[in-house]
Design a protein. Sequence first.
Length: 366
Amino acid sequence: MRDRFPDGQLYLNLRGFDPGGQAMPPAEALRTLLELLGVAPRQIPATVEAQAGIDRGILARARMLVLLDNARDAEQIRPLLPGSRGSMALVTSRSDLASLVAAECARPIWLAGEPEAVDQIVAACAGLPLALAIVAARAATRPAFPLSAFAADLADQGRRLDALSGPDAATDVRAVLSWSYHNLRAPAARLFRLLGLHPGPDIGLAAAASLADLPSPHTRELMAELAGAHLITEHSPARYTLHDLVRAYAAELARTVDPEPDRHAATSRMLDHYVHTSHRAAKLINPRPTPVELDPARPGAVIGDLSSHADADGWLGSERQTLLACVDRAASTGYDVHSWQLAWAMGDCLERRGRWGMSWPVSTRR
């Protein structure tokens, strides 16, 4: 239907059924939509009603398709709906959203007999065609098995690669990935394994260099080798991402190949990179005296080269999801000081962007 909406398309993942269980609140969803529509953060009002009014006003003057993916319920969706016939919302959900059909004239379209299991399988396979083909073949050869049985096999992240293995190397995800891995030079293979220790959705060059304890130019060469082997993707300049299954394979290799002291040192350097760079950014944004005193960064940790308010704001914005993931990872793996220092440094950034639900009350006492 893209040609019916010449003014563009908006996409928003509402996280309604994410494994973490943290569905996106309507206020955060509206704020994100308004930012996508070009509204400056400081011009976005605080209330959901006012945000919805601006959103609908903009969409009323345009013909846009708004894809609201992975919705939890009708109450999450209702404030996000366009108010005119020129624009349209396309909603995906595991719920039937019957009240939207009754009250908002929505039209339901069922895509599968076990839509929840299908969603779980696609998510567990990270959308990779080979992984989906393996599950589809097993489902086709076991027609008496419900799809939920295959989804349950894939639910355990620690065993997911086992669930996608088999006697034929050509249709074994771990074996197929190993062909690319074993063709890497030793430094690139080591970097690939260490990337499995990173908790965020993507990783910048400085963080990768910190993991590897290598200069940034050398790290860039190795990341290019990994991208050439289709193990990572450079989705924007010097920012890289891994498919979930590739990340799981890298993490598995790190656990089996790299000694625990090496993994600990790599994780410490990575967290030092984020702590020291985020504190540099926080001081550029709000240059007040700070009660937080950092220990020196470990040798090999690369500190981001930020020199202006704009640099700091851009870096914190692009790293927000990764920093939140690092706070959680540090807190759950014994890096307590890194956890609260990261949270402290992010406070101003989250408040300035109106993301109050993501802020924490953090003590500055050690």
